[in-house]
Design a protein around this ligand. Structure first.
Ligand code: FNR
Length: 189
């Protein structure tokens, strides 16, 4: 069985280290996982004034989440939290009330930062939001990746074998987690 995993990059920066991590990560994935990006940068800032008539861009965003077997967040830490753009996107997907797109969608969280705690605080905050939105989350393993110069090669591969093995294992566990969740919460049931 293959699983269609939508991913959200928490950074909008052109040279985002989290986007670089995501690209390197996908090369290490079990072949059952098919990744596609769920973009969100064109969403306006959310307000419930939109609830009566969601813009097309927001409806498409919600559908992309609901149509995924699982979602993976690859996010930086900004000021000890998740970036505002990502939170805005999550808020869009959670509404209008009663149509929360994340409900029952399995999720995983990973991120990288040059700092030693490697996005740990942002990830905990994101986990709190995903818990409220009733997304079954992979609790373990966790992945706090300290970004070091040269960690990712010019060609976009993880240079350090131990890091590559860690990330490969993370994805293998994510694959098994998705399979387990979908056994009890089948999609399109
Ligand atoms: C940061 N950075 C940062 N790093 C961290 O480990 N904890 C933090 O709280 C913050 N706060 C923070 C706020 C803002 C507004 C910026 C722009 C940056 C540094 C951050 O980890 C670094 O810029 C990374 O390159 C961000 O990842 P992306 O955006 O390149 O994927």
């Amino acid at each position: 069985t293959t699983y269609n995993v939508g991913y959200l990059i928490g950074s909008l920066a052109k040279h985002s280290i989290n986007r670089q991590l995501a690209q390197a990560l996908f090369k290490l994935a079990p072949r059952e996982l098919k990744f596609h990006e769920i973009p969100y940068k064109d969403l306006p800032l959310y307000s419930y004034d939109y609830d009566e008539s969601y813009p097309e861009v927001a409806t498409a965003f919600k559908k992309a989440i609901e149509g995924s077997d699982a979602v993976l967040f690859v996010t930086p830490e900004y000021n000890r939290s998740i970036p505002g753009g990502l939170k805005n996107a999550i808020d869009w997907a959670s509404r209008p009330w009663g149509t929360n797109s994340f409900a029952n969608i399995p999720s995983g969280v990973i991120g990288t930062s040059p700092g030693a705690i490697g996005t740990a605080v942002a990830q905990q905050q994101l986990r709190s939001v995903l818990g409220f939105l009733n997304s079954p989350q992979m609790n373990a393993p966790e992945a706090y990746i300290q970004f070091k110069p040269g960690m990712i090669s010019e060609s976009g591969e993880i240079n350090d074998p131990a890091t590559a093995e860690f990330l490969g294992n993370y994805l293998s566990e994510f694959h098994q987690f998705i399979a387990r969740v979908l056994t009890v919460l089948p999609r399109n049931a």
